[in-house]
Design a protein around this ligand. Structure first.
Ligand code: ADP
Length: 406
């Protein structure tokens, strides 16, 4: 069965064509700079890379170009588009409604639309991708996999903010959490690497990329996570502030900052970029810090310190920790950051094997010493494989894929 996985954002659409159940990637690529003059499609197939400049005005046009490319006589892989049996879509916000992946119908579409209020940058392009795929492939199952769904098991004590209760009832203000497809994937892989069942593991999963989040996984289920109502809460990120005293915003408002400026300040000018004043890219900051750049060093230190606090807090709520898992661009590639973080959390029983850490770049690896009480893994995330898997299961006829179940 061939399954197409779509991740539609506001300025790019990424795609992977899978052969299932083998989980073999037949072709993949992305359309980037949608809506700009310089948009283009990059397509990887048969070991070759093709780049096609094309004026792509919106997500619908990007989908059209992707499908045309997949059946293109020269660079494509399909004879006809009808060889695709199902499409899996990444959807950022599923509110409280979706506790797993689902086959898309009009009700699901209405809910994704409703939650656009909570994820205005993400749900609308996700939905545009769904509608475009439906119009080109009307007779096959389309599946939605939500970033929030893995966190549906977080108990009320962890998801409630200490605000007037009516705000939860009226507006759904609560912790939802994100990166759930990634946290679920790496937690399952860590369990498999330890020879444990997927519900037998307690882990702290650290997704450290441009966006960063940390999740406490108990018996295979998310019981708390650092991102909240939106992906702004938690540890500092490339350009996002993470946790703040909310009174800072009131104070700045009194100084003349309006809401739009504050949004941009917290989302686009803070985090590693705001602290360092030079870059949101960890590679760049590591280079600068090694040459004595004080603010790059400060950005790295704050990042590590806040991660340490989350790992400590999650160790406290988990009682026992079997594994700490690193994933995302920084987690998968930065030997330096992993060492710094692991050295900061030795109290929970983490002992890093320096040589194993050095060797673990962008590959699955166990990087703890033999006598470490807690395993430490590097696990490259594979959200598209997880989406392909759920889509395949639902296309075969399974009625639901709860996040607990795959
Ligand atoms: P996104 O959240 O956009 O998917 P990624 O998961 O690709 O982002 O992570 C991007 C981050 O990973 C950037 O901060 C980048 O600097 C960092 N990164 C990638 N490779 C390395 C590396 N070798 N060393 C340190 N940081 C790295």
């Amino acid at each position: 069965m061939k399954v197409l996985v779509i991740n539609a954002g506001s300025s790019s659409v990424k795609y992977h064509l899978y052969l299932m159940p083998e989980a073999e990637v037949l072709a993949h690529g992305f359309v980037e700079r949608i809506g700009e003059k310089t948009s283009e499609l990059s397509h990887f197939c048969h070991g070759n890379t093709y780049t096609v400049p094309a004026k792509v005005g919106n997500v619908g046009k990007a989908m059209e170009l992707i499908l045309q490319t997949l059946v293109d006589k020269e660079v494509g892989i399909l004879q006809q588009i009808s060889e695709i049996s199902a499409v899996g879509h990444r959807v950022v916000h599923g509110g409280e409604e979706f506790t797993g992946s689902v086959v898309i119908d009009e009700n699901v579409i209405a809910s994704i639309d409703k939650f656009a209020d909570l994820a205005p940058l993400h749900n609308p392009p996700n939905l545009a991708g769904i509608r475009a795929a439906q119009s080109h492939l009307p007779n096959i199952k389309q599946v939605a996999c939500f970033d929030t769904a893995f966190h549906a098991t977080i108990p009320k004590v962890a998801y409630m903010y200490a605000l007037p209760y009516e705000l939860y009832e009226k507006y759904g203000i609560r912790r939802y959490g994100f990166h759930g497809i990634s946290h679920r994937y790496v937690a399952r892989r860590a369990a498999a690497l330890m020879g444990k069942g997927k519900y037998d593991i307690n882990a702290i999963t650290c997704h450290l990329g441009n966006g960063c989040s940390i999740t406490a996984v108990k018996n295979g289920h998310s019981i708390d996570t650092s991102m909240g109502l939106t992906p702004l809460e938690g540890v500092p990120m490339g350009t996002r502030s993470g946790d703040l005293d909310p009174a800072i915003l009131f104070y700045l408002e009194e100084k003349g900052y309006d809401v739009k400026t504050l949004k941009s300040l917290c989302n686009k000018q803070s985090g590693l970029l705001g602290l360092s004043g030079v870059s949101n890219d960890m590679r760049e900051l590591e280079k600068l810090a090694s040459k004595g750049h004080e603010r790059a060093e400060l950005a790295i230190d704050v990042f590590c310190y806040r991660i340490k606090k989350y790992i400590g807090a999650y160790a406290a709520i988990l009682d026992t920790v079997d594994a700490v898992v690193f994933t995302g661009g920084i987690g998968e590639n930065s030997v330096f950051m992993r060492e710094k973080i692991c050295n900061a959390v030795t109290q929970i029983g983490v002992k890093l094997d320096l040589a194993a850490n050095k060797d673990a770049i962008a590959k699955e690896a166990e990087i703890n010493t033999k006598d470490s009480q807690v395993k430490v893994f590097v696990i490259p995330t594979n959200e598209q494989a997880a989406i392909a898997n759920d889509t395949y299961e639902l296309a075969k006829g399974r009625t639901s894929v709860l996040c607990g179940s795959l």
